[in-house]
Structures are given as structure tokens and as C-alpha cells.
Design a protein around this ligand. Sequence first.
Ligand code: ATR
Length: 263
Amino acid sequence: TFSPAMHNAAFRHLGLNAIYVAFAVKPSDLVDALRGVRALNVRGLNVTIPHKEAIITLLDDVDTLAKNVGAVNTVTHEDGVLRGFNTDGAGALETLRENGVDPRNKRIVILGAGGAAKAIALTLAPMAREVTIANRTVEKAEALSQRLRTLYKRDVHYCGLNSKNVKTVLREAEILINTTSVGMYPNAGETPIPHNFLHENVTVFDIVYNPRETRLLREARKVGAKTVGGLGMLVHQGVEAFELWTHMKPPVEVMKRVIESMV
Ligand code: ATR
């Protein structure tokens, strides 16, 4: 994990007497680990696979978005209350904004229907003009789109990842977000969609950060599309968490520099 280096650099920069450490916790020890958090008065934590879902029932309170996603990646501990959040969606939104992309009123296509897709779709759907979920397992795309429709009463479509429909929805798309692991190291030669589906009027955001420029981003760049890499998301999900823990303005550039030096 890159999180200790990123957060410790931020603590140092702000002169905070705090430290971020990583612990490997077995699923059967999660309850005890949280008792330890309470007893030691740990101020906050991140959780990752395989605890993101299981931790929900062990917390005192869970933010609505995290509840809807069904996964928590950040926990605050204030006045004895453990509260869960999911910062992936806000991290993606901030990454887009930082790159000059405003998702409001845009036609957005999301590839994938897993945990990251859920967090991003739940964050962007209320502000988008139209959202389409395209996933290899079409039933998962259907379930997520149904959920978005119920929650936000918005126009949400779905289709299979390999279908001709992807080509059709992409023609009109203004933002394409890849949340699948296709193209991630060591399978950097792969890409989730054929290059001839891409065009210069779509911003392509790939949350995969290794390699920094995935095949999808390279092919998007070649057709003249604006591209956004996954490093920003890694930084900004951490920035959001840092803010929740400290109630301070995080030193984003410091955190970004640490991540860039490590990835
Ligand atoms: P995360 O939390 O990173 O979103 P996840 O919940 O395991 O991870 O979701 C992985 C996503 O990548 C899913 O949408 C998955 O598609 P399926 O639902 O069909 O499994 C997608 N994915 C993973 N490998 C893929 C591949 N080789 N081709 C297409 N989609 C793939």
C-alpha cells in the first residue's frame, strides 16, 4: 500500500503529531481489531480487501453513500463513535475536476460494475445527464443501473461490455470511465474496448494506475481524446480520507508527489 508514505508525508508537512501504519488483519480478527482501535483511541483508519463490506455492521454509523455502495474504505473515530465512509467516488470526481473535466450534465459511460464502479456511479449519477453501465457480466450492470434508477430517479442504461451497444453509447458519450482491471499490469497489452469505438469528443478516465498510461489511454490519446490517468484517483481518495480524519486542508501536492515517486 502507498497510503502510509502518502499520509505520513502529509502529517509531516502540516507538523501534526500523527502516524499512519499498516496492519494485516485476518477476517476472523476484524472485531478484535476494531476493539483495539477504540481502546487505543486510534483516530481513524482505512480498510481494504477483504474487510470493506464486513466492517459495515461493526461500525456505529455509516455515511449514506458508503451504505449504498455497500463498502467502506475510510473510518473516523471521534468521541467514541466509529463512522464509515467511502471516498472512492469523491476521489474520482475530484480527479476529473482537477483535470478540467466537469461531469455535470454530461453523458457518462462506466465500464465495470464492481466496487469501484458502484462508488463512482453513485457519486456521478445525480449530476450527470445520462449514465450507462457496461459490464462483462451484464446482470451486474443491470442490477447497478436499476439501483441508480431507484435511488436517483435518473435515466440509467446498461449493456454488456462486448456488445455492439457499447459502440453506439460511446458515439454520444462525453466521459468514459474504465473501472475494470483490464489493462492493468501485468496485462498491459489488453484494453476493455476496441480503439475504433473512441473519438476525440470523449474524455477517457482510466482508474488503472499501473501502467501510468494504459493501452486504453494511449489509444484515446491517439484519436485526440482528452485522457485522465488513475494516479489522481489514488491520491484523491486519500486526500478525502485525510480531510475526514483531521478536518484540515490536506497538502494535495505533497501527497501527489509521494505517490508519483512510488508508482
Ligand atoms: P473493484 O473493487 O476494483 O471494482 P471488483 O469489484 O472485483 O473490483 O470488479 C472488477 C470489475 O472488473 C468487474 O466489473 C469485472 O467484470 P465482471 O463483473 O464481469 O466480473 C471487471 N473485469 C475484471 N476482469 C475483466 C476482464 N478480463 N474483462 C472484462 N471485465 C473484467
